[in-house]
Write a protein that binds this ligand. Structure first.
Ligand SMILES: [Zn+2]
Length: 243
């Protein structure tokens, strides 16, 4: 081989080495924390309503703004979580059609979908938290477990009254991923309204929601673990399917 041949060969070898290095870099897991099984679950956080749709309104308090404030607290607390990565369907006061919220979440490769709301009712004495599941979901759908775990954790973290898991036909049926609506409290009750716009209480809600999500992820991973004997199956917590 002549001198030109050696140069050509060297270039070829270097190019091959660069290609191999590139493949190795691209195949590295996106998350490096922990080292093993450290893939993060993308959690779609949807602040209900927005823009021309204010949701519930009491005086100058608009549901859409309270929802967004709470979702931003969840996002902030989730930012450093080793298991989860937040994806917000909206970060500003913007109207987004319901089907677009689902589409955005799916495009972001979300595996769990939460839409966050505050509730309103004619009677000001009604207080407390609820989670909602689309009623077309089967009993075996993990959304029921998600709804129960998030509700219990959020209620425990805040002291808010647990009004149970509820069900009706919801736009959440437009996705197959586990999806729930979280109604974190009633802005029509004066005491709860004051709490819902208080950043300290909003942080407690966020903490409770994330705690519930951790329990749900543990549940999912146990369900998927092949080594677990069949006798230790985690049964879905009972849910009260009231309207
Ligand atoms: Zn709402």
């Amino acid at each position: 081989m002549n001198r030109r041949g050696y140069i050509a060969l060297t270039i070829l070898v270097l190019a091959a080495a660069a290609a191999v290095a590139l493949v190795l870099v691209l195949h590295r897991p996106s998350s490096t924390s922990g080292g093993r099984s450290s893939a993060k679950y993308v959690i779609a956080l949807d602040a209900g309503h927005g823009g021309k749709d204010p949701g519930g309104v009491v005086g100058d308090i608009l549901e859409k703004n309270v929802n967004l404030a709470i979702v931003k607290r969840v996002q902030a607390q989730m930012q450093s979580d080793p298991k989860m990565r937040p994806y917000m369907t909206r970060t500003v006061d913007l109207y987004i059609p319901l089907e677009d919220r689902i589409r955005r979440a799916e495009e972001a490769k979300a595996s769990i979908y939460l839409t966050i709301h505050v509730n309103s009712f004619d009677l000001p004495e009604v207080v407390g938290m609820e989670t909602w599941v689309d009623s077309t979901r089967k009993d075996s759908d993990p959304s029921w477990v998600l709804a129960s775990m998030v509700l219990e954790s959020a209620s425990a973290a805040t002291g808010g009254r647990n009004r149970g898991v509820r069900s009706q036909e919801l736009y959440l049926q437009r996705t197959k991923m586990p999806a729930i609506a979280v109604e974190v409290g009633y802005i029509t009750n004066p005491n709860e309204r004051a709490l819902l716009i208080d950043p300290v209480y909003q942080d407690k809600i966020a903490l409770g929601i994330i705690d519930g999500l951790h329990k749900f992820i543990d549940y999912l991973e146990e369900e998927q673990a092949p080594a677990v004997p069949a006798t230790s199956s985690a049964k879905a917590p009972s849910t009260s399917k009231k309207p």
